[in-house]
Design a protein around this ligand. Sequence first.
Ligand code: ADP
Ligand code: MG
Length: 238
Amino acid sequence: MLESIQLSKSFGKLKVLKDMSVQMRAGQTISLIGPNGSGKTTFIKCLLGLVIPDSGSINLYGNNVLGGWDYRRYIGYMPQIGRYPDNIRIGQLFDMVQEIRRGTYQRTDDDLLRAFDLPKLAHKTMRTLSGGTRQKVSACLAFLFDPDVLILDEPTAGLDPVASEILKEKVLAEKAKGKLTLLTSHILSDLDELTTDVMYLMDGQLQFYQSIQALKEQTGEEKLHRAIANVMKQHPAA
Ligand code: ADP
Ligand code: MG
């Protein structure tokens, strides 16, 4: 349903993405992993149209969406760092976003809002929030319009273990509904139970993209992080 074809991006002389071609399907929960600076966020931003690739294309439901914007209604995005106006209150933020999206969405999903107990904090201004609460706000916004595709950039970073579990449960629930989720993390053990497929990016180059099942069979390892470490040894970076 979502596909990148030979996506490349440089910032100045630095090649950050190199010919990234991947196909992603409904029902997959894909963990995009790789060291810091390997291009994960850049890839995600290309999919969202927030970074314009130098070459390549992006298809959603078979249509080329590069340069478009309307397709974003199908995608919920949780940025690695959510930026919000300092003085807006949480409640106002959600009202505002819903007002902007009025007419373009079918239904809203506030399960996560309630699970995080955010309505209780509706009067708090964004400026006063801890990093973790800010992350919760970002997560809730990503799921709010019940999108077909979820793109979560380091979703569990900064969340306490309870919040992290709640978010994971939500991703699983959406997967059961047939959603596609693409998420990044550099903490592998975090994602063990969620992931159906792993994409490994290194220096902007896709090293492998495999189902968990195949990965575990190939390496004989049950633990995801061991299986990945094992495959990484077989695919030394060029
Ligand atoms: P990751 O998310 O895997 O940590 P990023 O995609 O954020 O990696 O960054 C990949 C590389 O691209 C890094 O070297 C980063 O410094 C560089 N980079 C990212 N965005 C920009 C930008 N807007 N301008 C210049 N360099 C950038
Ligand atoms: Mg990143």
